[in-house]
Design a protein around this ligand. Structure first.
Ligand code: NAD
Ligand code: UD1
Length: 338
């Protein structure tokens, strides 16, 4: 199958490329390297011993996108390209709407021009907002609480309307919970450009000595040990979910939103303990005030993914920490070292 992958050089994209190439698919990556490095693609080539086409361009550039899609003529698209920092989305919302919403509209129009009718989209559990009940199932009301989340909810609506209006179209909206970990080779992984906002990359940088200590944002939540509970999903399991979604899109029409998580909540303290075991050293922590906008618990209902995609997570928190540590310890400065 020919698969057009926007944002393929990024964290989740690069792991999905490994899975796509290993399965024998032909791939074209479309990325402007806004938040990623061409080194990640070189490593993917080394890992798989396979090549791929690469177009360096922006999803906001309608002409470039249409040209790339019509030239490659894919069977399906996986759409990772986007901006993802919640805090930044409050400061520069228009850039988020232009990239995440207009970029998605451009992509769908370009797919129409290239007669491509299948798309798998990177959405987020953040579209649910505050939990009205747990676990989050796909019927939970959509009520995002920040501009980033609203761009994802809007892009989902745009894709849903496109799928309704396009005969035989198939769209899968994958709502990721908390992607973490790295490829088991330690050759690719998450490489935040600035101070990490998310827990796992921050813990990894403390472990490798790039940061002094982790601030635990609140230990007075209504959870097992008072710290926030999340559904961490290994990025290699997440990559496999994309292949399952592509297969599903070949046999189904319409638009489906599907959670991608393990269904298990892990607290901050539990994750830190698992990381300490993986790296064999203590992680310095301090208890800090709650982070505004955080919730106590978030975890997925996973039955829809099992039913429609025949997919479920296979890797656990020890795998996530061990693989993250291998990547971080062998690449302390990320891809910059190459
Ligand atoms: P990432 O930043 O590592 O990857 C995004 C890729 O898109 C990068 O390679 C970047 O260079 C590219 N890109 C950004 N703007 C672009 C533009 N205008 N034109 C072309 N390419 C552009 O992020 P990731 O963690 O791999 O996330 C991939 C997708 O999954 C994003 O859409 C993100 O919102 C979504 N998502 C991520 C998480 C997470 O925790 N990582 C959770 C839920 C959803
Ligand atoms: C964050 C985003 C969410 C996004 C998700 C992607 C916010 C408010 N939410 O969610 O929109 O979809 O990332 O994975 O930014 N923690 C610490 N110390 C840290 C960092 C985090 O204690 O330095 C805690 C948090 O309070 C939380 C848990 O670790 O309890 C996980 O945090 P994080 O990795 O940022 O993920 P989310 O909060 O789920």
């Amino acid at each position: 199958m020919k698969v057009f992958v926007t944002g393929g050089a990024g964290y989740i994209g690069s792991h999905t490329l490994v899975a796509l190439l290993a399965a024998g698919h032909e791939v074209c990556v479309y990325d402007n390297f806004d938040n990623s490095s061409p080194v990640a693609l070189a490593r993917v080539r080394q890992l798989t011993n396979r090549d791929m086409a690469v177009v360096e361009a922006d999803v906001r550039d309608n002409d470039a996108l249409t040209r790339a899609l019509t030239d490659f003529a894919p069977d399906a698209v996986v759409h990772f390209a986007g901006l993802k920092a919640v805090g930044e989305s409050n400061d520069i919302p228009l850039r988020y709407y232009q990239t995440n919403v207009t970029g998605t509209m451009n992509l769908l129009a370009a797919m129409d021009a290239a007669r491509c009718k299948r798309i798998v989209f990177s959405s987020s559990a953040t579209v649910y907002g505050e939990a009205q009940y747990l676990p989050f199932d796909e019927e939970h009301p959509i009520a995002p609480t920040n501009p980033y989340g609203r761009t994802k909810a809007m892009a989902e609506s745009v894709i849903g309307d496109w799928a309704s209006a396009t005969p035989d179209a198939s769209a899968v909206l994958l709502r990721y919970f908390n992607p973490v970990g790295a490829h088991e080779s330690g050759r690719i992984g998450e490489d935040p450009q600035d101070i990490p906002n998310n827990l796992m990359p921050f813990v990894a940088q403390v472990a490798v000595g790039r940061r002094a200590k982790l601030s635990i944002f609140g230990d007075d939540y209504d959870t097992r040990d008072g710290t926030g509970e999340r559904d961490y999903i290994h990025v290699v399991d997440l990559a496999a979910a994309h292949l399952a979604a592509l297969e599903y899109s070949a046999r189904a029409v319409g638009c489906e939103a599907i959670n991608v998580g393990t269904g298990q909540g892990i607290t901050v303290k539990e994750l830190v303990a698992a990381y300490e075991a993986a790296c064999g050293q203590p992680i310095a922590v301090e208890i800090a005030p709650r982070r505004p906008g955080d919730v106590a618990s978030s975890y997925a209902a996973t039955t829809k993914a099992e039913r429609l995609l025949n997919w479920c997570a296979a890797l656990d928190v020890d795998d996530m920490c061990a693989n993250s540590w291998l990547w971080q310890s062998e690449n302390p400065m990320g891809f910059e070292g190459d």
